[in-house]
Design a protein around this ligand. Structure first.
Ligand SMILES: Cc1cc2nc3c(=O)[nH]c(=O)nc-3n(C[C@H](O)[C@H](O)[C@H](O)COP(=O)(O)O)c2cc1C
Ligand code: SF4
Length: 723
């Protein structure tokens, strides 16, 4: 399909200093958990986006020296020539697709890196946002000179590694550049503190030196947090505002840079105001701060704002907000977003849902990136998965029946459809596809999560070999009579109302989904079961369900007490960056919050809770108790089919598999992954068990060739790697 000419502006080349971008799509710095130590993971992850049409790709933040290390949070490192060698793999892979490769030089915010154990230096002594146990050393003039040299050395190594674009990281409150600029961190009284010119001096000197060192070999730019935001989610009076220091910084350094990558830059703990969840921020939420910046520069400007809508992209270039569309999450959810716009395939764009699962992995300081929408993210090298290419299955002359059209079943159907299975029937008791997503997306703020279902529904409707059959609850008899050779059970899970969950292996006294005073999430959201006036929401899970239901019930005028076993409301939301706002919102709405308590009894009219640490018990007078404790698989169909295995042959069934929450209830991205994994490996020797994936690490005695995908060491992966 041809591209709509209204999008042509997105594909106009643009000069960025000595380099030229082939279009206006720029993948801003974004972590993967790979760093420099997993060079093939890093390279394939970035190359996929280059192949998908992003004209400029960046690594994540890259620490410039051991003392700047940010472990346990994983970033790229460019400390010495070994890093140059490893990162060369990424620049080469990206260049093969005609894109520019960028690096973001970073001096981080750990007072003492737990790994390198070298003390960090900072503009002034103070507790940092990352670590309250130690402080950084205040910099002398000699320190400033030394660190300036570290930037220069890192820039030269970046050039030698083949990077085209060198961004100096000056946002998110935890970089040296921003800490010199922000009064919250800079208490100096010498020529590096106080006035605007003094606070900007470090940035000016370093940029000047880097510029001079790399000359025209690389474009040099700054990623600047143009506004550190008002309190309570920003630094308020201790920060900078766009209209004052924010824009002034741009004009002050404009002669030294080739581009500006602009976002908002509150402190580290509030970086969710930039990588903002859809729960609280719409697309292009940073416009109110970045708009107007272009009047202060003659250089190209990049903006971010969870851009997935091409009309928004066109509009913000046309109305002067920016010249280049920056994106982190939209490029993770769909590495081929630019190409899909270019080719007029807008209905194939896999839009980011703003859940921040990708970020949650990094925030945990170890796991590799994962994405709810894109099951292949992070699996490009490890499993050889390509988000857009699928091999015809060796057993494609079979019909597949998938029972359950939730996230796992839908994803499985899409991938099996693309793998040319003869017929794929996706059957669900409900009238619509989507499963639990259909009601989860009706929780406060979670509307965009509905894209998990919408995207897949559109793809399924386009696939001629995939058919959705609504309104049919399948029994084992139905399955045995259906005539499909391969059966996939994707029947999902249900919240138990009996109180079983963490710390509670037995049902609670008085609890049970059939009790009038007990409510499960599904009963509230799907069945419309009504809560009384005084409600206790018991959250033993610690992610989105408990606080979302508390907020919803409070908005209906109920008196709500949220009791949780956890040390804070929704600890997982700390990783997804939703935590600051949701906590404030709950409290402002008047939800009573009780932390670190167990629910002991759940009888009508009274619930007994117990303090973890003192064993003190309290009886709460409540009319209803919402149980957010544990989900259990909807295993009836699976169990019955297993019990009737001896009938499979006669029914023509060759295999029955199980995916998603039906196997073990987990987070949505895991359900999608599970459906995808089975479909990718449907023709392996044993599809029930995942094939091995490449673990990038030093293997004694191995050669480079053995280490690569497709080598004899990893032969099981080979069958999935050819495009
Ligand atoms: C997984 C992930 C990791 C990120 N890591 C970095 C980073 O290393 N350096 C940085 O400047 N920004 C980082 N960011 C922030 C993004 O560059 C970007 O400013 C933010 O996500 C908003 O853009 P988006 O709405 O397109 O995601 C990261 C974002 C994500 C989603
Ligand atoms: S994990 Fe969620 S927020 Fe991150 S890219 Fe995927 S869909 Fe977007």
């Amino acid at each position: 399909m041809a591209r709509d000419p209204k999008y042509d502006i997105l594909f106009e080349p643009i000069k960025v200093g000595p380099k030229t971008m082939r279009n206006r799509f720029w993948q801003v710095p974004q972590c993967t958990g790979a760093g420099s130590d997993s060079p093939d993971f890093q390279a394939q992850f970035r190359a996929m986006k280059a192949e998908g049409g992003w004209a400029a790709i960046f690594t994540e933040a890259c620490t410039i020296a051991p003392e700047a290390d940010s472990s346990p949070l994983v970033t790229v490192t460019i400390w010495d020539d070994s890093d140059v060698r490893n990162l060369r793999r990424t620049t080469d892979a990206v260049h093969e697709h005609g894109s520019l490769m960028g690096i973001e030089l970073y001096y981080g915010d750990q007072p003492v890196s737990p790994d390198s154990r070298i003390t960090r230096r900072a503009p002034s002594q103070g507790i940092t946002d990352f670590n309250s146990l130690g402080t950084a050393k205040p910099m002398t003039k000699q320190d400033i000179r030394e660190i300036r040299q570290m930037y220069v050395d890192a820039a030269i190594r970046s050039r030698d590694a083949g990077f085209d674009l060198i961004t100096l990281y000056a946002t998110h409150g935890h970089t040296l550049f921003s800490q010199f600029m922000l009064p919250a961190y800079n208490h100096r009284t010498d020529e590096y503190g106080g006035s605007f010119e003094n606070r900007a001096r470090f940035a000016r000197e370093v940029t000047e030196s880097v510029r001079e060192a790399v000359g025209d070999d690389c474009a040099v730019g700054i990623r600047w947090g143009v506004d550190s935001l008002p309190a309570p989610f920003g630094l308020g009076d201790l920060g900078v505002t766009a209209k004052e220091d924010g824009f002034h910084f741009i004009s002050h350094l404009d002669d030294l840079v080739d581009y500006w990558d602009l976002n908002v830059g509150p402190n580290t703990l509030s970086w969710g105001e930039d990588a903002a969840p859809s729960r609280t921020h719409p697309e292009n939420h940073e416009r109110q701060y970045t708009m107007g910046a272009k009047e202060h520069t003659t250089k190209p400007v990049v903006n971010v704002g969870r851009f997935t809508n091409p009309d928004t992209m066109v509009q913000i270039i046309q109305d002067g907000q920016c010249d280049i569309i920056g994106a982190a999450r939209p490029s993770i959810a769909d590495p081929f977003l630019p190409n899909k716009i270019a080719e007029g395939r807008l209905d194939e764009i896999r839009e980011c849902i703003g859940c921040n699962i990708c970020i949650s992995k990094w925030e945990q300081g170890g796991p590799r990136i994962a994405c709810t929408q894109n099951a292949t993210s992070g699996e490009e090298f490890r499993r050889g998965w390509h988000p857009e290419r699928f091999t015809p299955a060796k057993n494609r002359d079979n019909d597949v029946l998938i029972v359950g059209a939730g996230p796992a079943g839908m994803e499985c159907a899409v991938v099996l459809g693309k793998r040319d299975m003869r017929r794929v029937h996706l059957v669900d008791a409900a009238k619509e596809m989507g499963g639990s997503i259909n009601w989860i997306s009706k929780l406060p703020g979670l509307g965009e999560w509905g894209r998990v279902a919408n995207y897949r529904q559109i793809q399924i409707n386009k696939l001629k070999n995939v058919e959705f059959i609504p309104g049919k609850r399948m029994t084992a008899d139905d399955v045995l009579e259906y005539g499909a050779e391969i059966v996939v059970v994707a029947t999902g899970a249900t919240w138990t109302g009996d109180g079983r969950g963490p710390f509670m292996s037995e049902p609670l006294l008085g609890a049970g989904a059939d009790q009038p005073h007990i409510l499960t999430p599904e009963q509230i959201m799907v069945e419309g079961k009504q809560a009384g006036d005084r409600v206790l929401v018991y959250d033993a899970e610690g992610y989105f369900m408990g606080h979302s239901l508390a907020a919803r019930l409070r908005s209906e005028g109920k008196e709500v007490t949220l009791v949780t076993t956890q040390f804070t409301v929704s600890p997982y939301s700390m990783f997804t960056l939703e935590w600051p706002r949701l906590n404030r919102e709950l409290r402002e709405a008047g939800v009573r919050i009780v932390l670190e308590h167990l629910l002991l009894t759940a009888e009508p009219g009274a619930a007994t809770i117990m303090d973890f640490h003192t064993d003190a018990e309290e009886v709460l007078d409540v009319d209803s108790i919402v149980m957010v404790t544990q989900r259990v698989p909807n295993a009836g169909l699976w169990d019955e089919l297993q019990a009737r295995q001896d009938e499979w042959d006669d029914a023509g069934i060759k295999a029955v598999y199980e995916i998603g929450d039906a196997v073990a209830p987990d987070m949505i991205h895991q359900a999608v992954f599970s459906g995808h994994r089975l479909a990718r490996e449907i023709d392996s020797d044993d599809p029930t068990n995942p094939l091995p994936y490449v673990r990038e690490r030093r293997i004694l005695g191995s050669t480079d060739a053995e280490y690569a995908v497709g080598s004899s060491l990893f032969s099981p992966v080979v069958q999935n790697t050819k495009g």
